[in-house]
Design a binder for this molecule. Sequence first.
Ligand SMILES: [Zn+2]
Length: 127
Amino acid sequence: MNNRRKRRAEFARFRRETGGALLTWLVDANDPAMREAPPLLVGAAHLWCENLLAAPRHCICCLSLIWNRREVGALLLSMPMNATNSMSVNAVCARCWAHQALDEIEHAATDVLRAVVPNGHFEALPC
Ligand SMILES: [Zn+2]
């Protein structure tokens, strides 16, 4: 499979597996431990960052291309509620993370995640 088809197939699988609910974390990229996220997801995030040079990704806010780890301000990590081994990683560039209001970033994150969970919205986890 070529990359695009592979990505689309992975996306379809991810969408099926979410069952309408996603757990998401927005973590600062300079917190390498990403303490709040599950280890599996942290591992995927590190791998994602290492692959940026070969496969640059767009910032979810300003859509500029991110080519390396230093340009990543924050990571939007998500996985289905009934966690399998599927997960998704998106990034906010360092400039947006530093200058955009959190509202704006959340808005962009909601748009991205609605591709997976139509009409989804953020809910705080019960502590
Ligand atoms: Zn940006």
